[in-house]
Design a protein around this ligand. Structure first.
Ligand code: HEM
Length: 151
């Protein structure tokens, strides 16, 4: 087994946790949670994100470190264009996640603590939009990583 395979495993494990978690949240949890009254819904999402977001940081660390390790291993200049594009979209996804963490996620926690449901709903909506954006970017990145090599 080559070290490259270990790096690829770490890379894909991170991708599965992050992109899989986002699609579960958007397509399964969100429609089901809409049936709850605002107070319960916001407390639920706050509890979900409190557990999921630290996992996302862990996944980002694994993806970015293993990704650049593989790029350096192959040689930046020799790496296919699709891999450079993947690095670009991956870093953009990381920036979007950081904007959620430092922005609406903090606002949602403050709103839930103060029981300000209107502000909480606004923060949750911003999180949802940015997570959706990252989900699309994540799907595009997987497309680049796999089909991108065919061109
Ligand atoms: C952040 C910077 C990133 C860098 C530098 C990077 C770099 C790489 C490299 C060098 C490979 C090795 C490909 C191989 O040996 O076949 C790889 C594989 C892969 N990456 Fe990334 N990546 C990054 C982020 C991402 C993200 C965010 C995703 C998905 C959302 C992703 C999805 C994949 C997939 C699915 C593969 C497997 C492709 C294959 O082997 O056919 N990567 N990445």
């Amino acid at each position: 087994m080559k070290f490259h395979h270990v790096l690829l495993f770490v890379h894909l494990a991170g991708v599965i946790v992050w992109v899989g978690g986002m699609s579960f949240a958007q397509f399964c949890l969100r429609p089901a949670a809409l049936a709850l009254p605002p107070a319960q819904r916001l407390v639920l999402w706050s509890g979900v994100f409190r557990r999921f977001f630290p996992l996302v940081w862990l996944a980002i660390g694994a993806i970015v470190l293993s990704g650049f390790a593989m790029l350096i291993e192959v040689g930046m200049a020799r790496a296919p264009l699709a891999w450079h594009a993947m690095a670009g979209t991956g870093l953009l996804m990381t920036a979007v996640f950081a904007s959620i963490w430092f922005g609406p996620w903090r606002a949602l926690q403050r709103a839930v603590a103060a029981e300000s449901w209107a502000q909480g709903a606004q923060a949750l909506n911003q999180i949802r939009q940015r997570v959706m954006f990252n989900l699309v970017l994540g799907a595009l990145t997987v497309l680049l990583a796999t089909l991108g090599l065919a061109f």
